[in-house]
Design a protein around this ligand. Structure first.
Ligand code: ADP
Length: 287
């Protein structure tokens, strides 16, 4: 597939990287992705001419935050980032991770639990970023429930009301559920999260180590990542056993999963509408 000339030029002029050949990689939901063979070895390139200017910078910051936690999960090294506002096209160049046939899910779960032991002083993050292609607000809060209400659910709900994807009269049901959140969610300290942990955002490398990709990091409730992992069927039982070997789940987790997952579900409503909107509506009206 076609590799944009302006990206090729930036890589060569600013980073001394010349591309011998490339092939496109499928699996991403938003960006064009390529395995490129270069004078510096095999690398992985993501590119999107219509993404917001700082889109890939924010992704790189997220990868950096995960890596800086000292986690034993593998996080790809970032080699170069292009911000469209500075005159370069938006792209992200990373080390290429060769995918293995299988991996150690138990260790993945255990290491995720350890990653969640990386604490912040606040809920939120130093900078806003993106979830999928949508903006994610990360203003710092001391209280998890306030953060969840005001920075996760409310902006997505407003977007869905404004676009007409959801009916505004759902607001009454949201208020009802919102008033229950203190009773539903156990208290927690702010944990470093991947933030978008569905099955497409990790892979196992050739050694069987889990690799985190495409994060939407912030400090939040650790159950956010676990709930997210169950959004499309769930990870293997070994993964959850591994997690619980480090941090046992608090009672009632199963019932909280759909409550935490209102956020990714709303993101899907705003990106795709359709049956996600009816699914969200059904869930909220059941409150
Ligand atoms: P998008 O941002 O478009 O969702 P992803 O970051 O999820 O794209 O990447 C798309 C696919 O490319 C992933 O499903 C994964 O299989 C593969 N991938 C992502 N990062 C790497 C990498 N560093 N090395 C090798 N393959 C990768």
């Amino acid at each position: 597939m076609y590799l944009p000339e302006n990206v090729v030029n930036v890589l060569s002029d600013r980073h001394g990287i010349t591309i011998n050949n490339h092939r496109s990689v499928s699996g991403g939901s938003i960006n064009h992705a390529y395995l490129i063979s270069t004078n510096k070895g095999q690398l992985f390139l993501k590119y999107n001419p219509s993404a917001p200017h700082d889109f890939f910078e924010k992704e790189a910051l997220g990868l950096h935050a995960l890596k800086s936690s000292g986690t034993s999960l593998r996080i790809p090294d970032v080699i170069a980032v292009g911000n469209a506002a500075t005159g370069t096209p938006g792209f992200l160049l990373m080390e290429y991770i060769e995918e293995g046939r299988s991996g150690n899910s138990y260790t993945f779960g255990a290491e995720l639990a350890k990653l969640h032991q990386t604490r912040g002083e606040y809920f939120g993050f130093d900078t806003d970023n993106y979830i999928g292609s949508l903006p994610q607000q990360n203003e710092k809060y001391r209280d998890w429930i306030d953060f969840f209400r005001e920075k996760r659910i409310a902006p997505q709900l407003r977007m869905a009301f404004d676009s007409g994807r959801l009916s505004k009269n759902l607001d009454v049901s949201w208020k009802r559920l919102s008033n229950e959140l203190e009773n539903l969610m156990p208290a927690c300290k702010p944990s470093l999260l991947h933030g978008d942990l569905w099955g497409g955002n990790y892979l196992f490398d050739a050694a069987g180590t889990a690799v985190l990709i495409d994060p939407a990091v912030y400090y939040g409730h650790p159950e956010v990542d676990l709930a997210f992992s169950k959004m499309f069927g769930g990870f293997s039982e070994d993964f959850y056993r591994g997690y619980e070997s480090v941090t046992p789940l608090e009672p009632g987790f199963r019932d909280r999963v759909p409550v935490f997952n209102m956020y990714p579900l709303l993101v899907h409503v705003n990106l795709f509408g359709g049956h996600y909107a009816s699914q969200f509506e059904r869930f909220l009206r059941s409150w």
